[in-house]
Design a protein around this ligand. Structure first.
Ligand SMILES: Cc1cc2nc3c(=O)[nH]c(=O)nc-3n(C[C@H](O)[C@H](O)[C@H](O)COP(=O)(O)O)c2cc1C
Length: 188
């Protein structure tokens, strides 16, 4: 099968359409961010890349904090909305009827409807071109106890996680393996 070569582009997929909360000067806001990921395990570090013209950019720059709320199918409409409307004009928490919850280590709120939130403190800002990359330490993780089983395990497969790929949202559904299963010995 022949492959056609295109010029370089941001075509990695799927990625999480993360719902990022931020706050500064008494103003709480939400922004959808697909350009995010983990960049180190220990200490746990992440990044979000945000265009300087976004309202959220100044809130995050001024406060040095943000929260990444994992996206689910249940709130995907709100996630899209927070990615096409600006907090300059509206209160996205109110319009989307999303519930603010106090974080433990940062001043901006968590989104209660998200099953897992990463509280982040910015350590570095890199200007890359179209976007500024906010590198951050993940200083706390908040998990909805509804998804923690009797053995203390986070049952992520029950969260109805959503993914984003080339302009479209998808519901993650079928588990097709687990870490290291390809080399695991079969039980006799
Ligand atoms: C699925 C999706 C992913 C997005 N990813 C990013 C991103 O990674 N970085 C960014 O700066 N904007 C991204 N956006 C656009 C912002 O979310 C959008 O401009 C938003 O309205 C900005 O809100 P604000 O002005 O309240 O900060 C994305 C939008 C959508 C719908």
């Amino acid at each position: 099968m022949a492959k056609v070569t295109w010029k370089g582009g941001a075509m990695l997929a799927p990625v999480p359409p993360a719902l990022v909360s931020c706050s500064h000067g008494g103003k709480d806001n939400l922004i959808t961010v697909a350009w995010t990921g983990i960049i180190n395990s220990d200490p746990p570090k992440t990044y979000i890349s945000v265009r300087p013209e976004r309202f959220s950019h100044s809130l995050i720059k001024e406060s040095g904090e943000f929260v990444i709320n994992l996206p689910t199918s249940h709130i995907i409409r709100s996630i899209d909305f927070c990615g096409v409307r600006s907090g300059r004009e509206i209160d996205k928490f109110a319009v989307c009827r999303l519930t603010k919850e106090a974080a433990s280590a940062v001043g901006c709120p968590l989104v209660a409807e998200s099953p897992l939130s990463l509280e982040c403190k910015v350590t570095e800002i890199l200007s890359l071109g179209s976007h500024d990359m906010f590198m951050a330490d993940i200083v706390a993780v908040d998990v909805d106890e509804h998804y923690i089983d009797e053995n203390g395990k986070f049952r992520i497969e029950k969260c109805a996680l959503a993914a984003y790929a080339h302009g479209q949202y998808f519901a993650l559904g079928k588990k097709i393996g687990s870490f290291g299963y390809s080399v695991k010995k079969k039980k006799k």
